[in-house]
Write a protein that binds this ligand. Sequence first.
Ligand SMILES: Cc1ncc(COP(=O)(O)O)c(C=O)c1O
Length: 408
Amino acid sequence: MRFKYVCSDCGHEFTSPDIVYQCPVCAGTNPPGTFARGNLSVIYDPDDLKSAAQREVVDFRDFFPYPVVQAEAYPVGNTPLVRPAALSRKYGARNLWLKLDSALPSGSFKDRASQLVAAQAVFFGEKRIALASTGNAGAAMSCAGAAYGLDIILFVPQSAPVNKLMQSVLYGATVVPVKGTYDDAFALSIEYTRRFGGINRNTAYNPMTIEGKKSVSIELFAQMGRKVPDIVYVPVGDGCIIAGVYKGFYDLYSAGVIDRIPALVCCQSSGSDAISRAFESGSFDDIPAATTRADSISVESPANGRMAVRCIRESGGHTCVVTDEEIFAAQLELASEAGVFVEPAAACAWAGFVKDRTCTSVTPPGPEPSACVLLTGTGFKDMKAFDGRISIPPAIDNSVQAMIRRFS
Ligand SMILES: Cc1ncc(COP(=O)(O)O)c(C=O)c1O
């Protein structure tokens, strides 16, 4: 695919045969404490997009700038699309779909970005990839590294959930816990690649992360019979997933195979809602400290905030801020009423759907809109989230009398 880079902030356009991270004109020009500038979009030749979209079998990899070699070594994509019968009835939503990206190889949506960054490394003959992560991106990149024989250097805040860190250690990554925040780990990982080389996979900093994440929208188009949902609910922290979701629909729109981009709903916790605030106020300054327990969407200064705000607006979408209590209730509801077990960050998207559904009294005229809720990470990632909320019942004696007592 022929492509160019376009800065999502200043509009600067250029092509490059090399690995490119940020806009050479405006990145780094904004003061600290505001949303970063200079993230790049990858824009394709429309004819190349058309030919990818018109193939009989639509494969998102045909929309990538680099070939994915040995896709079956790290099988990313084709995740289940669930029709949750009981929840559809409960909320009167006949056209409801849950996209289970918790079923990806490392258990989260982040495998989508890691697949393309691994392809980028193979294309450029690079063996080493460094990144910062709150957990899931690191686990995904480490998983890809194990599958493709790449060295992964992972900087994480030392507070990241132990399950996610253990995953990365098990996959064989070099894990570097940092006594600091995710932002500190982010800065250190960039300094690492400056000094020691390799590819940097930081979310949004490397434009291929957004490109990889767009695969979910193209996959939805293929799975739904060359159609897309009317509304997509996305859990948001840094704003990279939602920009990827937008980009996939944008590419399909540019290829002429869909006539509108679905409305994107940005779902955030009230304990980390910088992008929602910026969407409402138009201001990218004065970011409040993040306090949410949903660690994957706990973000102080969103790495892709500006682009995310624009994507929500251009899609005709809106924001939906929920409390951590609503997120935990949503997590339990999905598990007990749909058999879908996700981590708190993913449950935030379901909490957003529930809030929209229960707070909106006006039903739009015409056929009921179809809604897809992106469930981005498995519940096994963070079992500590249940401490004090769910407990395993005490054991009974191994006797018939004890069993009868238990049930009478
Ligand atoms: C499971 C899960 N859901 C949602 C998100 C939010 O994605 P983003 O930070 O790109 O907005 C993340 C990010 O780490 C995640 O791991």
